[in-house]
Design a protein around this ligand. Structure first.
Ligand code: GDP
Ligand code: MG
Length: 453
């Protein structure tokens, strides 16, 4: 393959930066730019060895560097690879990269190193996708899930199911193709059992998909309530900064203010909204309209009530608007005497948290309620879960085919029909692992990567 190069470390100042070169000519290109102190050529270096030296652009000295050599197939990409570690300055790294490009390397596209690792069979497509998930993991559980995938857990499971399907296909084919031979008739009950086992095994990969997605993407969350209950104060308390204007004038927040915050292991994409109430103020009314839209779009609603006074008509209007949503009730202002009747709140909400947004107390209870709402504590993140929509859609399609094959068998349909369905399921599994996938899908997967990975 042609030789590509890119800066693999962030485009920012740092102690050290790494520039990666990979391809048939990688070692040669490195030799044109790097001169070791010992005089040893990169071409004479064994894999997994380093040399100390200097990068030059022709006669011009650029920087002190360490060169590391990897020999095919024992490298990340599976190709000959050289990595130059230099000082992490913006100019010096770009200058060394430019010199490498001048000496025969081509600019690497986003994700091209990992794409080559995939093409060279170092990784299947689910493992390649996991590389980017590891890079973007924001917490322990998310990292754990990505690492499982990177180690090939989804790939192995897909291969196991695939093995079962192929065996079923082989039995069906042998029986259909050689009826005169003494091949035992395919027993529908045994086949059913095998298909059900395949279904259950594959289903494990998508069962906890939503929890995984929540860890990765966060939960769209609307903070709602009538004016003056302390929504903006709660929003500021959770986001740790004064983003939203707090006053005791009802109707202050008219627009939606948004912030991403982490509560325990859950990332919330918080929106502070205008207080919901009947209003004659035209601008405020627009805000109320937007708040309603936010409620509709959100996956979680934090409904705030003022604990220091009885429920009002506006509180009840709000309760009515959110009754079909996943909700946590927050009874705010617990630093003053609580006079709110909790009977009504208890009647409408499963999760009720008493806190003081102003004093910043009770946030742990809110965190626990959020984790509980998404059942994150019940999920074992050591188990493998599909990591993205692409994987999920391949698995769902395979599951559908297996389910249809099961129904066909149960209804006593011809085994030919069953064979077609099992074969189709198998094709979706090959798409999942990338063994049989279009270039467009592969390009799409790697386009989401960063340059240098
Ligand atoms: P919003 O209209 O729901 O956004 O309410 P704000 O956050 O603007 O707060 C309205 C008023 O309630 C302000 O005067 C806040 O200082 C006050 N407030 C908010 N949270 C608390 C709290 O936990 N305790 C007390 N005592 N007052 C609060
Ligand atoms: Mg407000």
């Amino acid at each position: 393959m042609n030789t590509i190069a890119a800066i693999s470390t962030p485009n920012a100042l740092g102690g050290i930066a790494v520039i990666r070169i990979s391809g048939d000519n990688a070692i040669n290109v490195a030799d044109k730019v790097f001169r070791s102190v010992s005089g040893k050529k990169a071409a004479d270096m064994a894999g997994y060895t380093c040399a100390y030296g200097t990068a030059y652009d022709g006669g011009e000295r650029l920087d002190d560097c360490i060169l590391t050599v990897f020999r095919a197939p024992h490298s990340y990409t599976g190709e000959d690879t050289a990595e130059i570690s230099c000082h992490g300055g913006l100019y010096v790294t770009k200058r060394i990269l430019r010199t490498l490009l001048k000496n025969g390397a081509e600019t690497a596209q986003a994700g091209e190193f990992t794409k080559r690792a995939f093409i060279n069979g170092k990784l299947d497509l689910t493992q390649a996708e996991a590389v980017m998930d590891i890079i973007s993991a924001k917490g322990q559980r998310e990292l754990k899930m990505a690492e499982n995938l990177r180690e090939g857990a989804a790939f192995k499971k897909a291969k196991e199911v695939s093995g079962m399907l192929i065996k079923a296909l082989a039995d069906l084919a042998a029986w259909a193709d050689y009826p005169e031979e003494d091949i035992p008739e395919v027993d529908p009950d045994t086949l059913l059992k095998e298909l059900r086992a395949s279904y259950n095994m594959l289903n494990q990969l998508v069962m906890n998909y939503d929890s995984g997605r929540i860890l990765r993407e966060g939960v769209a969350t609307a903070i709602v309530g009538r004016p003056n209950v302390g929504k903006s104060t709660l929003f500021n308390c959770l986001s740790g900064c004064e983003r939203s204007i707090v006053t005791d004038i009802a109707g202050t927040t008219r627009d939606v203010v948004e912030e991403t915050v982490k509560l325990g292991d859950v990332v919330l994409r918080l929106s502070d909204t205008a207080g919901i109430r009947d209003t004659d103020d035209v601008i405020e009314e627009i805000g109320v309209g937007i708040a309603q839209k936010k409620i509709d779009e959100s996956e979680l609603v934090i409904a705030v009530f003022d604990g220091s006074c009885p429920l009002t008509e506006d509180d009840l209007i709000l309760i009515n608007k959110i009754k079909n949503k996943k909700c946590i009730a927050v009874v705010n202002k617990s630093d003053v005497e609580i006079t709110l009747e909790n009977k009504i709140i208890n009647q409408y909400f499963k999760q009720i948290v008493y806190l003081s947004a102003k004093e910043n107390t009770g946030v742990e209870q809110l965190t626990a309620a959020v984790e509980d709402e998404f059942r994150l504590n019940e999920i074992n993140f050591d188990t493998t879960v599909a990591a993205n929509e692409r994987q999920k859609s391949c698995i769902d399609s395979a599951l559908e085919c297996i389910q249809n094959a099961i129904s066909a068998l149960e209804n006593g349909e011809f085994l030919d029909a069953v064979t077609v369905l099992i074969d189709e399921a198998e094709q979706y599994l090959l798409e999942l692992t990338g063994e049989k996938v279009t270039d467009a899908v592969v390009d799409e997967v790697f386009s989401r990567f960063c340059v240098g990975k």
